[in-house]
Each structure stands twice: as structure tokens, then as C-alpha cells.
Ligand binder design. Sequence first.
Ligand code: 5GP
Ligand code: ZN
Length: 116
Amino acid sequence: MSDCIFCRIVDGQIPAKKVFEDEDIIAFNDINPARPVHVLVIPKKHITSLATVTPEDAPILGKVLLKANEIATAQGSPDGFRVIINTGRVGQQEVQHLHAHIVGGPDPVGPMLKRI
Ligand code: 5GP
Ligand code: ZN
């Protein structure tokens, strides 16, 4: 989708600091990090949100979660992290391309209001 900012990152039309990539997903640093480690993991395929997924998306959703620990550890959050997937209007999802926020760092992640 050419009007989707994260599809444009997938296509290389918008620069991002990629920290992981394979054939199905990419992970890159959030442009406005809320914590020392703040990575977004997204499917390369355009999926709007958890509100629109179908059973055929199960493998890719699994992959996003399966890679989270490896990405967090490599980025400096080896002792745990949070995964947040804001969804839809009530979830205050701002970018309409499904993404998992991985947030962490050297210290425990405290309570967070909407900021990520
Ligand atoms: P949401 O509120 O949709 O869950 O989060 C969207 C996230 O995408 C925000 O944390 C925001 O900082 C991040 N973001 C928005 N535009 C860009 C961009 O162009 N590049 C990167 N790396 N992150 C972005
Ligand atoms: Zn997209």
C-alpha cells in the first residue's frame, strides 16, 4: 500500500534503522522511542491490525512474537521486555499497519499510559 508509512519502510522508500529482517517480517527502531529499547516489529505484508487478521495470518503473527526475545536481547533488553500491539480506535493505533512495540532496556519498564 503506497499510502502506508510502514509499507514504505518495507519498500525502502522511507529510511528506518532496521535491526532485524527476514522474508516475512522486519524490525526497526521507533522514531520516537519511549524507552531505551523501543523496536517495532511488523509483517512485510500489509495487515491493518489485529482487528482484521484472518487464520491465514497465524504463521506471521507467530513469527512476530517468536522473534521478540531475540530482537530485545540483541538491542539491549536481555532480561525481559513488554510487547504492545495497539489496535483500532479504542487502542489508539496511529499507524494502520500491524506492529508490535517491543519496549525495554536495562531497567524495568514502569507503567505506561498511551505513548506507545
Ligand atoms: P501506534 O500508536 O500506531 O501503536 O504506534 C505507532 C508508532 O510508530 C509510534 O510509536 C511512532 O513513534 C512510530 N512511527 C511513526 N512514524 C514512524 C516512522 O516514519 N518511522 C519510525 N521508525 N517510526 C515511526
Ligand atoms: Zn502497510
